[in-house]
Ligand binder design. Structure first.
Ligand code: 5GP
Length: 203
């Protein structure tokens, strides 16, 4: 990607599973119709309630390999045994056309994008969901989970909180804070749109 051509903005959302990233992103894309969600590819299985092409493009290992070889990813990473990748086709033209994009991503992907998308065109937001003990209690209250699965989730949590120090903003979405988290996020997005429109008016 030719970084000089970027006029838009990329919002990267990080945070542990169960932190409510998905519902915050949904709130934002409904509130700001011009905010575009970048749909990633993954080799993990679809979860109940997910739709191919909406949360992710769910593809096979072979299809993922092919896209890697064709250079279709701006970044990709292995996380928790599965591969995830951001498609150039979802991002490049839109950033060059001045659009504001939002996507969920883990730390390895963030580090790759930091080298590609200049600071002033990207905002990193970490969704804070509390300690592992709090998240575990919440997950267990929703459904029974086997000790093995719980350990796996714990490992993922440990990996996912490593992205926190990279964040430009940390949003508190601990128990009962969804409404204020949504409002804080809406303010950040509004500021990004306002800054872009000021820059466009100046040129
Ligand atoms: P999940 O399987 O729970 O949907 O996602 C696991 C992790 O992968 C989350 O931290 C999520 O934000 C991250 N992720 C989702 N899409 C991408 C992507 O395109 N690239 C990278 N590097 N990580 C992603």
């Amino acid at each position: 990607m030719d970084t000089d051509k970027i006029t838009g903005h990329l919002i990267l959302i990080m945070g542990p599973t169960g932190s409510g990233k998905g519902s915050i992103v949904r709130f934002l894309t409904e509130k700001f119709p011009e905010l575009r969600y970048s749909v990633s590819c993954t080799t993990r299985a679809m979860r109940p309630g997910e739709t191919n092409g909406k949360e992710y493009y769910f593809i096979t290992e072979e299809e993922f390999d092919k896209k890697v070889m064709n250079g279709e990813f701006l970044e990709w990473a292995v996380f928790s045994g599965h591969r995830y990748g951001t498609l150039r086709s979802e991002i490049v033209d839109r950033l060059e056309a001045g659009e504001v994009l939002i996507t969920e991503i883990e730390l390895q992907g963030v580090q790759q994008l930091q080298a590609i998308v200049p600071d002033e065109h990207r905002t990193l937001i970490f969704i804070e969901a509390g300690s592992w003990e709090e998240l575990k209690a919440r997950a267990l209250a929703r459904a029974p989970i086997s000790p093995e699965h719980l350990e796996l989730r714990h490992q993922r949590y440990v990996e996912e909180v490593k992205s926190k120090p990279y964040a430009d903003f940390i949003i508190d979405n601990t128990e009962g804070r969804l409404e204020s988290a949504n409002q804080e996020m809406a303010e950040i997005v509004t500021n990004i749109f306002n800054t872009l429109s000021t820059q466009h008016n100046d040129t």
